[in-house]
Design a binder for this molecule. Structure first.
Ligand SMILES: Cc1cc2nc3c(=O)[nH]c(=O)nc-3n(C[C@H](O)[C@H](O)[C@H](O)COP(=O)(O)OP(=O)(O)OC[C@H]3O[C@@H](n4cnc5c(N)ncnc54)[C@H](O)[C@@H]3O)c2cc1C
Length: 340
């Protein structure tokens, strides 16, 4: 299927969503592509239930709530969402750009705003035989690299692997709802904030969390229906233990990879897309970048900077798509927004 639009926004993180709003305000229609099944980028995938304290006008806002508000703010402009699909190809075709998605969809766009964060990011997967068979959305199958809803773990036996902040913070949090929490780490010392480590040790002393150290993940065992039944762990000397489990949460960090974006011919600097901060233009005319994916002198990787960059990219995209029309700048208080 081939679509046509003014702008393709690559990435439905906070910056991509706000780019849709800003494009709408300058009368550009958008299609949005994201490899994840849901909008929200890092906020939704990595820390939906954490409060963010540095979004202007919100003394504290949960990451998931910020995303819901950004979605509502973009809704009046009716973006066409292509979720669960990666944008692989970007090719010039006459006056427009042909954007090719992983499901074979093509979108012809007059301009592209790359708001791809760290690129299509994914977890570092422990090297366990058959682990892919236990992965998937929802609590059912057993291996999850992100916690999207703490309630999904209520009454369940949880094994957490890793020694950093995510492992320690989620062990502390899930101990309040799970039937049991075991933390597997290869050494007694954790790499988490000292106060978090102290809380974890206190929970271990009270029996609310079991520290399984010094052990590493060794294997996974399936129940007859295929869901996770147990995790085996082993010491370096080969001594093994079997931990009955409904869920394994491996927290070994994320690997982000620009992936196909690195092949689009844009100038890159240390795995980010170089832009002119006055316009957010990349080195390729018609392609703009905003948010974590872009770099320029003084760049701050913060959501608030990404919002300003999205506004700038939208105005630049408008100048690119309508070169003969001067844009009459209006504040939103004057122009208003269409009804959703
Ligand atoms: C634990 C944690 C806490 C944080 N706390 C704060 C905070 O307090 N304040 C703050 O300002 N910032 C914070 N950040 C950083 C903030 O989340 C990022 O700056 C922000 O998410 C960047 O938004 P973005 O839209 O540019 O990119 P992202 O949120 O990374 O979204 C990019 C999206 O693009 C998609 N994508 C990439 N490549 C492709 C492709 N080829 N095809 C399709 N889709 C693609 C990805 O799947 C992703 O969904 C925090 C980050 C973390 C991890």
């Amino acid at each position: 299927m081939t679509h046509e639009t003014d702008v393709v926004v690559v990435g439905a993180g906070p910056v991509g969503l706000f780019a849709v709003f800003e494009c709408g305000m300058v009368k550009l229609r958008c299609h949005v592509v994201d490899a994840l099944d849901a909008v929200g980028g890092q906020c939704a995938a990595l820390y939906p239930e954490k409060p963010i304290y540095d979004v202007p006008g919100h003394p504290a806002i949960l990451a998931a709530d910020l995303i819901a508000r950004l979605e509502a703010q973009a809704a009046p402009f009716h973006p066409v969402m292509h979720l669960g699909r990666r944008m692989n190809g970007l090719e010039r075709q006459g006056e427009v750009w042909r954007c090719t998605l992983s499901d074979g969809t093509d979108i012809l766009a007059k301009a592209v705003i790359v708001a791809a964060g760290g690129g299509a990011f994914g977890p570092n997967r422990p090297p366990l035989d058959g682990i892919e068979g236990f992965e998937g959305q929802g609590p059912g199958r057993g291996v999850h690299y992100f916690v999207t809803r703490r309630e999904d773990y209520r009454g369940r036996r949880v094994v957490i692997a890793g020694g950093g902040d995510s492992a320690v913070d989620w062990a502390i949090s899930l101990a309040e709802v799970a039937a049991s929490v075991a933390v597997v780490h290869r050494r007694p010392k954790f790499r988490a904030a000292p106060e978090s480590e102290a809380r974890l040790k206190a929970l271990s002393e009270s029996g609310a969390v079991e520290l399984v150290v010094p052990y590493q993940l060794h294997g996974l065992e399936a129940a007859p229906g295929g869901a996770l039944a147990a995790v085996t762990v082993a010491t370096l000397e080969g001594q093994t233990r079997r931990l009955e489990a409904d869920a394994l949460l491996p927290f070994f960090g994320l690997a982000s990879d620009l992936g196909p974006i690195a092949e689009w011919g844009l100038a890159l600097e240390r795995n980010t897309v170089a832009v002119d901060p006055a316009t957010m233009a990349t080195t390729t005319p018609g392609i703009f970048a905003a948010g974590d994916v872009c770099t320029y002198p003084g760049k701050l990787k913060l959501i608030l900077s990404g919002f300003a960059e999205a506004a700038r990219a939208a105005h630049s995209a408008r100048a690119h798509t309508h070169p003969d029309e001067a844009l009459h700048f209006e504040h939103s208080t004057t122009s208003g927004v269409p009804a959703a």
